[in-house]
Ligand binder design. Structure first.
Ligand code: NGQ
Ligand code: ZN
Length: 461
């Protein structure tokens, strides 16, 4: 843990500054930020300093199947056939496998500049659909993986009770997800109790979707949460697929985002993941609600979801952050680049995530995703400012890509030219977890990951 860090340049909340001294207290919180001072005895960051990025949507186990769903099963392949492949994959996972996969994933994310993750977790039961002796076992395995890797985690225990709108029963492939509101609240309680002293572990809830959770169950969960953890975040998947929107209309006469805005207390505590398919009115209302839109551009591309109505949401000052979701990418740079490029392709224009006051696209995306991500994780970070947790990324100032780049051009270059090799050191709560692109335990963690995957694929035959 460092106490005083000096950077040649740093991205402060309003502008870039030079010769910045950052002081950190015993708890890993930034105590002071002073630009324009000599280094003195402070540690030398050695390159441009920017806040680390939160990853607001993760299903960690899906990391291990990246690349295994890219073969045509039928000419009708879609999100729904991918989901069948994913269900077959998860059917074999045990808590040790999940721990091995999540540790590897979290180390990879740190190396790319993510410093915190929201783990949207629904794999609660054993392969036969029975409760584990400790019903929080799978959740705690993920939290342990995060703490070993050194990434901050907001663990979101998912409520999953139905196989479709209108209270349809769970399909056989979904029996590992079966939960009631009381189970979810108990997991939240356990995660909080076991990590009470650790500010890098938080908990919240994730009603999986309006397909998986009926209105009475959603109300029961939110009532329980109001008592147990009134400020904890609430995440839900919404409007990712056209079929989901059609089914929701058939069930309720409303579209998923519209239903939530009309019937649930959607506000700053909420993160609606994807929101790919919204009308103009839903887009405006979602932005006005203060909720965060959880955008997962590489997974949304991979699954053929559709295109988020970014220009209207951005113009309405909506909050958004980025998630790795199925982890076909572990890089915040790639998520942000895809976010902008998809819009350019659709609208046949350039530089959409920008404004006359903030013309730099890469810097605007980085700043806005920091803000939305920290809101979604309920993590006071995302800025180099007093009071924020010291989640920091040091870029490689000697890298040829950054030659002659100043201020926001540094982040434009990171996002649009950037190789991932630009991320050099990474700190979470003032502790170095990546030094010179390496994690202290990366070899042991990768070995364990390889063994787990080898076993899983051998079992699959
Ligand atoms: C999930 N993933 O829960 O892992 C979902 C697929 C579903 C994404 N939507 C399952 N990307 O939505 O039913
Ligand atoms: Zn998801």
């Amino acid at each position: 843990m460092f106490r005083r860090l000096h950077a040649p340049v740093a991205m402060l909340p309003d502008a870039w500054a030079s010769d910045v001294l950052v002081e950190i207290d015993d708890g890993g919180v930034i105590a002071s930020v002073t630009p324009g001072v000599p280094r003195g005895e402070a540690e030398d960051a050695g390159g441009p300093l920017v806040p680390g990025m939160p990853n607001l949507h993760s299903h960690a186990f899906q990391r291990a199947m990246a690349g295994l769903a890219e073969r045509m099963g039928s000419p009708e392949d879609s999100f729904w056939t991918w989901r069948e492949v994913m269900y077959r994959f998860l059917a074999r996972l045990d808590p040790d496998d999940c721990h091995a996969i999540a540790s590897q994933l979290y180390v990879e994310m740190l190396r790319e500049g993510y410093t915190a993750v929201a783990e949207f977790h629904y794999l609660h039961r054993d392969p036969a659909g029975r409760r584990y002796a400790d019903p929080a076992e799978m959740s705690l395995a993920h939290v342990r993986a995060a703490r070993e890797a050194g990434i901050a985690i907001t663990h979101l225990a998912s409520l999953y009770a139905h196989g479709g709108f209108g209270g349809a029963p769970l399909a056989p492939g979904q029996r590992r997800f079966a939960t009631a509101p009381a189970d979810v609240l108990e997991i939240v309680r356990r995660v909080r109790a076991e990590h009470r002293a650790d500010p890098d572990v938080r908990a919240g809830v994730a009603p999986h979707s309006l397909r998986a959770v009926s209105p009475p169950l959603l109300a029961e969960l939110l009532d329980g949460l109001a008592e147990a953890a009134p400020t904890a975040p609430v995440h839900i998947h919404a409007a990712e697929q056209v079929k989901e929107v059609e089914d929701c209309l058939a069930w309720s006469g409303r579209r998923p985002v519209e239903w939530l805005l009309d019937n649930a207390p959607v506000d700053e505590r909420w993160c609606l993941v994807h929101c790919t398919h919204m009308t103009r009115e839903e887009t405006r209302r979602l932005a006005a609600s203060g909720a965060v839109a959880g955008l997962c551009p590489t997974t949304e591309g991979n699954l053929g979801d559709g295109i988020f109505p970014f220009p209207a949401f951005f113009a309405a000052d909506g909050h958004f952050g980025i998630g790795g979701d199925s982890h076909v990418s572990r890089s915040p740079v790639e998520e942000l680049r895809w976010l902008e490029y998809v819009q350019r392709l659709q609208h046949r224009r350039r530089n959409l995530a920008a404004s006359p006051a903030r013309p730099s696209v890469g810097a605007t995306l980085w700043r806005r995703a920091l803000d939305g991500g920290c809101r979604a994780l309920a993590r006071p970070a995302g800025a180099i400012a007093p009071g924020a947790r010291a989640d920091l990324v040091v870029l490689d100032g000697e890298h040829p890509d950054l030659e002659g780049r100043r201020d926001d051009a540094i982040l434009d270059t990171l996002v649009f030219s950037g190789s991932e090799r630009l991320v050099r050191h990474v700190a979470v709560s003032g502790r170095w977890v990546i030094r010179d692109r390496r994690h202290e335990r990366e070899h042991a963690i990768a070995d364990r990951y390889r063994r787990a995957v080898a076993k899983l694929l051998a079992d699959a035959g």
